[in-house]
Design a protein around this ligand. Structure first.
Ligand code: BGC
Length: 764
């Protein structure tokens, strides 16, 4: 596939201005720093198609639910990530003409996302209708070191005229969401003005009452000299700015530095927000652009030293993986346990910026391996803190006895998704939450987590599964009816193999965990019993009964786990038979046709095999892969990665590679034709897994790291860095050998291709 963006190992580069690609590029070149994010909207006015997007972590609006037919149990609202006030705005006016790339003639356009240092750079020449030309060079970053700070360096050079250049640097609170159910306004402006050379604007979200304040300092230089003349203040309703008129001649350079502090009431008292923002931005401006950038850069260096992956011999694959790692690092830093990761991160409005099962199923492994345990632990604690809400949610649906059903989509622990087939039926999310606890402990060895937080969650989850199964007289087994599995192209199915497997495994793991906490942390165990009202004898006995008698659909003669009851009744077709014009089928087929078809949106049975791989023989994995993969259309971004890992597992390196490219370049090459809506951030964790778990063959077995690598033909060398139990390791894989070096920490025993070796700390 020919890529629109230039291939470069450390950057994404767009050469030439293509208005049709503008919204896609706005997603691709997005910046973030865990606290906030910004699509790559232009600083100057742009009257062409554009999705304006400034997002602040944890700030949302409960948009009233809109459905055709209300069903009891639907949540009242769907949370929306908010497009916050526009802080990047810089208007450029010469004479009567305002710079707008939609109306000017544009040449030499170049945009670069520098992933090594975390900045966005754009340069171009614009010719106005009058024939006047300017050259613009803009750079910006969202500070990783000072997460409430963003900075812009915006340079303008007149190329063929002498005249007055007017630059207005502003904050505009008059913003809307594209995704709004009733076209409501989401923000009220609560304060705006100028103080101590700072322009500020404070807005409050309707209903949720979050407040955010944007405070800006703007400085201008002409040919390297600071322009001392005072700026004119500009104030309109919901808009504050500083305006400067500068007399310029050909080849002069005017540079505007814009520093903005973005503070929210999640971290500050609303009453002191404006004052704190003003102080914050003044201090930032004192550090100057270069000083701020140097601090930011240090953090990126650190990020890369903990998470970089090097692929030699395949620049497109190299760019793909770095793009994924970059986005993951700039979306979630793990500093705040109230935050989570939306499927689009900070790059678009779709999915409301809310938390999905994606976090547990696709992201935890990345953060576990590239950050200290605290980061993944915060993601687990996020769910722990929502346990009461999950129990309330289950009560609303008719469950009793402390059963918890976590929401499929949430901001604050409440369910906010309202399609019955997902809200009520996609209950496998409960399994992912249990599995994440297991995964965390398997990786870190911190079993005490069970006593502190994990067990309480597991008990509530197992209670849910116990209530959700029912006894079938016909089958003489427990069954789970009316669910949607990970494959959302099937609804209301009975005995989805994956869901049944997750339910059974959760009960088993809860029993083991009870045993552990009871014996190793008896005091804490007593506390948990009191808090949850747990009745050991009856509850564990009834879970054991379900475990022993759970029904699973299988096709024994072919060694297949069946996706659900009746799957084999479908007309058996292969995805390769679909005409390209009909793909993706979700954009071309009626829902009715999709539901009855054999086609699978994303890994379903294979998702289960991926989780519990050690329980199955290679032959079983292969049989199921060979059966399901050809029926899968991979129309969820979460699909290709799991298939790629399993393909590596069964020795199909080239198939694994094909699927890897699809996952790692999903957005760069826009496979699903929707990148304009935002990036697929959560699937990026899956991409990382397809390299480290797939090609690198990393597994944890009985507390030991084990590697069984298999590289695609094209790759000469693969190396990745992982954190493991207080150490940082670098794993280097070539066709000849696999080498594990300890970069930080003590020696460690690991398994490489079945052999146990002792790895020594690298000599400095
Ligand atoms: C997938 C879900 C996923 C959601 C958000 C859907 O397309 O089918 O599994 O949770 O996107 O990423």
């Amino acid at each position: 596939m020919k890529s629109y963006y230039k291939t470069d190992e450390w950057s994404v580069i767009e050469e030439g201005f293509n208005p049709k690609m503008q919204e896609a590029s706005e997603s691709i070149f997005s910046l973030g720093n865990g606290h906030m994010g910004q699509r790559a909207n232009f600083e100057e006015k742009y009257s062409g198609e554009s999705l304006q997007g400034t997002y602040i972590a944890g700030i949302y609006y409960p948009d009233k639910t809109r459905v055709g037919w209300w069903k009891n149990g639907y949540p009242e609202y769907f949370a929306k990530v908010l497009n916050a006030p526009n802080w990047i705005g810089i208007s450029v006016v010469i004479g009567e003409e305002e710079l707008d790339l939609h109306t000017c003639k544009v040449s030499d356009f170049r945009r670069e996302l520098n992933m090594k240092q975390g900045f966005l750079q754009r340069s171009f020449i614009a010719e106005f209708k009058s024939g006047r030309q300017i050259q613009v060079n803009a750079r910006r970053f969202l500070s990783m070191a000072e997460e409430e700070i963003g900075a812009i360096r915006y340079s303008v050079k007149p190329l063929n005229f002498k005249g007055t250049l007017v630059l207005t640097s502003y904050i505009d609170g008059n913003v809307v969401n594209r995704d709004a159910n009733y076209d409501e306004k989401f923000w009220d402006i609560t304060a705006e003005g100028f103080k101590k050379g700072v322009a500020y604007l404070q807005s409050r979200t309707r209903k949720t009452g979050f407040e955010v304040c944007f405070a800006m300092v703007s400085e201008t230089e002409l040919n390297g000299e600071i322009l001392k003349a005072k700026d004119q203040t500009v104030q309109q309703k919901g808009y504050v700015g500083y305006r400067k008129e500068i007399d310029v001649s050909t080849h002069d350079e005017v540079v505007l530095y814009k520093y903005v502090a973005v503070l929210s009431s999640l971290d500050h008292q609303a009453a002191s927000l404006a004052e704190n923002s003003i102080q914050k931005v003044i201090r930032a401006a004192e550090r100057k652009y270069n000083g701020l950038f140097a601090d930011h850069n240090t953090l990126w260096e650190e990020n890369w030293s903990n998470s970089d992956i090097i692929i030699k011999g395949d620049p497109a694959a190299q760019q793909g993986i770095r793009f994924n790692i970059f986005q993951l690092n700039q979306t979630y830093t793990g500093r705040d346990e109230r935050l989570n990761i939306g499927p689009k991160g900070f790059t678009g409005e779709k999915y409301g910026g809310s938390t999905y099962w994606d976090t547990e199923a696709f992201l935890i492994p990345f953060y576990l391996s590239t950050e200290p345990p605290q980061v993944a632990r915060n993601l687990l604690k996020y769910r722990y803190k929502h346990l009461d809400k999950a129990i309330e949610n289950a009560v609303k649906l008719g469950y009793k006895n402390g059963a918890a059903l976590y929401p499929m989509v949430t901001m604050n622990g409440e369910e906010c998704h309202n399609e019955w087939e997902i809200t009520f039926e996609e209950i496998h999310r409960n399994g992912a939450i249990a599995f994440a606890i297991f995964n965390y402990i398997r990786y870190t060895g911190e079993k005490e987590y069970l006593a502190e937080y994990g067990l309480e969650v597991l008990i509530a989850l197992s209670r849910f599964w116990r209530e959700r199964v029912n006894w079938s007289d016909v089958k003489g087994k427990y069954v789970i009816l009316g669910v949607t599995g990970p494959n959302e192209y099937e609804n209301n199915v009975n005995n989805n193999w994956y869901t049944n497997k997750m339910a059974l495994w959760t009960m088993q793991y809860t029993l083991e965990s009870i045993d552990y906490v009871m014996h190793e942390h008896p005091a804490q165990y007593q506390k948990i019993i009191r808090k949850t009202g747990f009745r050991y004898e009856t509850e564990t006995a009834s879970w054991r009964d379900v475990i022993k008698n759970m029904y699973f659909p299988v096709l024994e003669e072919r060694g297949l786990f069946l996706q659900q009851d009746g799957y084999m009744d479908k007309e058996q077709r292969m995805a390769s038979e679909l005409p390209p014009a009909e793909r993706p089928i979700n954009q071309h087929w009626s829902w009715d046709r999709i539901l009855r078809s054999v086609f699978i949106k994303q890994a379903d049975v294979l998702q289960g095999i991926f989780c519990f791989e050690d329980e199955y023989t290679l032959e079983t994995i292969r049989q199921n892969f060979d059966f399901y993969e050809p029926r899968t259309v991979h129309e969820s971004s979460l699909s290709a990665c799991i298939h790629s890992i399993l393909a590596s597992r069964i020795g199909e390196a080239e198939k694994a590679y094909e699927l890897y490219l699809r996952t790692s370049r999903l957005d760069l090459d826009d496979y699903n034709k929707e990148v304009d809506e935002g990036l697929h951030i959560t699937s990026m964790g899956g991409t990382w897994m397809s390299v480290v778990l797939g090609f690198g063959g990393l597994r944890i077995r009985e507390g030991m790291l084990s590697f069984t690598p298999s590289l695609p033909k094209k790759w000469k060398y693969l190396s990745f860095v992982i954190n493991f139990r207080g150490r940082v390791l670098q794993v280097g894989i070539s066709n000849q050998q696999t080498e594990v070096k300890i970069i930080r920490g003590d020696q460690l025993q690991v398994e490489i291709n079945g052999k146990i070796v002792m790895c020594q700390p690298a000599k400095l």
